[in-house]
Design a protein around this ligand. Sequence first.
Ligand code: ADP
Length: 523
Amino acid sequence: MGWAFFILLLCLTQLIAFRIYTMEKDAELHIAEREAIFLKGQLEASLNHSITATRVLAFLVEKDLLDNNFDSICENLLQQNPFIDALQLVKGGTIVNTYPLVGNEASIGYNIGNDSAHREEAEQAKLRGELYFEGPINLIQGGKGIVGRVPISRNGEFWGFSAVIIRHETLLRALNLDSTGMNDRFIYQLVKIHTGGAESNPYFQHVETIDRGIFSEVDVPIGDWIIYVKMKHPQYWVNAMAFSLLGILLSALLGIFSWFLAAQPMRLRALVALKTKDLNTANKTLQKKTRELEFSNSELEQFAYVASHDLQEPLRMVTGFLTQLEKKYLNQLDEKPRQYIHFAKDGAIRMKHIILDLLEFSRVRTLDDAIEQIDTHQMVNEVCMLEKRNIEGKNATIDTQNLPVIQYYRIPFLRILRNLIGNALKYSKPGMSPVITIASTAHDDFWQFSISDNGLGITEEHFEKIFVLFHQVDPSLGGSGMGLAITKKLVENLGGQIWVESAANAGSTFYFTIPRIQTKENQ
Ligand code: ADP
């Protein structure tokens, strides 16, 4: 998917880049062509002056009207034609007149027939019967230039030529160029094509190859020249190259992006499969652990039940025999043995309580009871009835605040309340009447109950431990250390939590929560 997208985009962008390349190249070629045509126009415009001048001179010779006025007529013609340096008359093959003479003296008497190149070019002019330029050549009078000749016939016979000389510098001026043959934008060249197609030496002496790159050529028939114009700094590839590179980059980026997008569902599927596998493994482990836990729990409960149940019988025997011993032999015994019997009986009674608590603990299991409507205030009263002796004996005050009517399991809730109120009474400060407050706050999902007292309090180090089986802060205060363990088990079995806030000698507050159960009536 990513690859396909990449290749598609790459082809598309490279196609566009190629199109840009050809369009820009065509545009630059067109610019070079326009420049070449413009230059040709300039050249021909300047040579038009020569046509006029040479024709006038030829006409005067043909009609024999020149007399001795060659100089004055030429002066006049040169004044009107700024791109002409000299005019000549060539009689037969020999230069007979030159204007201006100064600087051109060497040309007088020169026979152009002596040089095959001049001869050929003169023949061309003769053949054409109109102005035809030779050159660029090295002039006999010095310097470089071009020479144009118009054949003259007199009385039906060839007489010679009227000729025009345009020096190198004048030609450059006419073309608006300098001797380097180039400017900021273009490189120029002018080449003469000889009969037979051979090219003469280039006019400008630069080293640029003119017939490669962005160039254009035009013919100038008046001298059988070719003008070349070449772009100096062609730019056509720059934009195309930039677009091409950008296209490659963009294709790669979008290819990667689309590959990433396409791979996403696959990755997600793989991830889901992996997570599902992990979850299944975790589930299996959990199930195994739950089974193990259930097994060990039930084993433990069974053990606790059997142990506590079976221990009751021997304990009853011990208590019974001790009671018999006390009854029959009390009068015969001294103070010491009496005390021993008393301790033994006391120990047996405590053991009985421990066994009963253990039995109760082992019986706190999942709930099979039905949910009932419980008036918790009423239930506190019930607990007070059960703890009546204790309450009266300690002159305790029991307060209640905001106790609600809830939907819950009756027996477990009664046990929780009784254990916590019982403890609040039990662990009161000696010589101080217990004040116990039972309150409740409603939350969205649960009820929170608190049982506060003004008793002995608990130091922080015992906050967790007191909920563990058999843990007592001060064993000398009696009890089995199982009450809170049973209470915690009851609360947690009901889906709640239990904790304590307290400080030594500052009373304690036990909190527990129970979830709100939705029944048809309270919905
Ligand atoms: P027991 O059944 O022996 O009373 P519990 O499990 O109920 O044992 O309590 C554990 C310990 O927590 C007790 O030994 C007692 O020191 C401490 N305790 C429990 N309730 C209170 C309370 N309201 N005030 C102070 N200490 C308490």
